[in-house]
Design a protein around this ligand. Structure first.
Ligand code: ATP
Length: 356
């Protein structure tokens, strides 16, 4: 079991700073995600861990062993690429054997290991097929089996599900978690798909512009974002600018253009008159048709007109105009129509107050 420590890592390509002072530790056996928009540096960081790039500054440690200057073959971090990179002329069995043969393992040991990993990824019945006789999902499993076969210190997955269609991609999420957790290897997984990260990861590092925006469990990132970038990237959210007009025991009263809200901050202390941003998630609002009996707007309770409606299947997304602000809400049926008037209310616990 191997922990991976990244110590003040920077990487420049000419004038481009791809990574700036990355410093954190991935625990042994952890299923750890690097998540962020295109160009934020995820693949560069994965390639540094694999030994495919050298850092411009900083150190990489596997347990306490400094591997910064070691080549890929000396650090036993195995990368599984988006394209699977299977040998087309070899059977599934021979593809999985490849890394074991390179390491000169005796044949009976190779056969035992191949059987074990094909069982783990549920591909035993396909051992004699060639890659072009397999579906995309099956090829993905073989690529995983080949990477796991060599007992890696660290398994590196670069967008492993991106070539699969939406349904298979969804099914493979839990499967990939099962396989990685059963095998027990430290796994570092790159994606820009927030739902994939939230549903599979033990912990996630959200990256932006070559830096870490926040590291945490899926629950931490969703419920306790530390900045508006993370709040919006990890599930989309409504961000409203506002000013603190009251503080009481960790609860803040904020004046926003949409109306007054009460909310809490994750780890910031704000003084009265501070300019802040509040995050209110579309799915954390209770929505109802506005009636005379329902009363008027008040703190954490807005009224607004439906501007747009999108049917999502099990729910619908509505964009409301609330005092000139566009507010997204996600509501279970009934479907509301343009330009109906709705009332939305939300719990102060679900309003996160962030630094401007
Ligand atoms: P994507 O999700 O699109 O793959 P990413 O988050 O993996 O993006 P990287 O591929 O790590 O991002 O790139 C980070 C930055 O470094 C980008 O600005 C990119 O253009 C730059 N970069 C990456 N590799 C090189 C290279 N070999 N030479 C020059 N610039 C590079």
């Amino acid at each position: 079991m191997t922990s991976v420590r990244l110590e003040h890592i920077s990487k420049r390509f000419g004038q481009t700073t791809a990574l700036a002072d990355i410093d954190f530790t991935i625990n042994s056996g952890e299923l750890f995600f690097l998540l962020g928009p295109s160009g934020c540096g995820k693949s560069t960081l994965l390639r540094l861990i694999a030994g495919l790039h050298d850092p411009s500054k900083g150190k990489i440690l596997f347990n306490d062993r400094d591997v910064t200057a070691l080549g890929t073959d000396k650090r036993n971090a195995v990368m599984c690429f988006q394209s699977y990179a299977l040998w087309p002329h070899m059977s599934v069995r021979e593809n999985v054997r490849f890394g074991l043969a390179v390491r000169k393992q005796p044949k009976p040991e190779q056969d035992k290991r191949i059987a074990d990993v094909l069982k783990l990824v549920q591909m035993e019945p396909y051992a004699d097929r060639k890659p072009n006789q397999l579906s995309g999902g099956q090829q993905q499993r073989v690529a995983l089996a080949r990477a796991l076969a060599v007992n890696p210190d660290c398994l590196l997955l670069d967008e492993p599900l991106s070539n699969l269609d939406a349904k298979l991609r969804h099914e493979m999420r839990s499967e990939i978690r099962r396989i990685c957790k059963t095998a027990g290897y430290t796994t570092i997984y790159v994606t820009h798909d927030m739902k994939e990260a939230l549903s599979v990861a033990d912990r996630i590092a959200v990256m932006k512009d070559g830096k870490i925006a926040q590291i945490g469990t899926p629950g931490d990132l969703y419920h306790k974002p530390m900045n508006s970038f993370v709040a919006d990237f990890v599930g989309s959210t409504n961000l409203l600018t506002g000013k603190v007009v009251g503080t009481d025991a960790g609860r803040y009263e904020i004046e926003t253009p949409a109306g007054r809200v009460f909310g809490s901050a994750v780890n910031n202390g704000f003084l009265r008159d501070a300019n802040v941003i509040v995050s209110i998630r579309p799915e954390q609002m209770q929505v109802a048709r506005r009636t005379a009996a329902a009363g008027e707007a008040g703190p954490n309770r807005f009224t607004g007109k439906v501007l747009e409606t999108t049917f999502l299947g099990e729910a619908s997304e509505h964009v409301l105009a609330v005092n000139g602000q566009r507010l997204k809400v996600i509501a279970a049926p009934p479907l509301f129509n343009v330009p109906e008037e709705l009332t939305v209310q939300f719990d102060p616990e679900d309003v996160v107050v962030l630094k401007e």
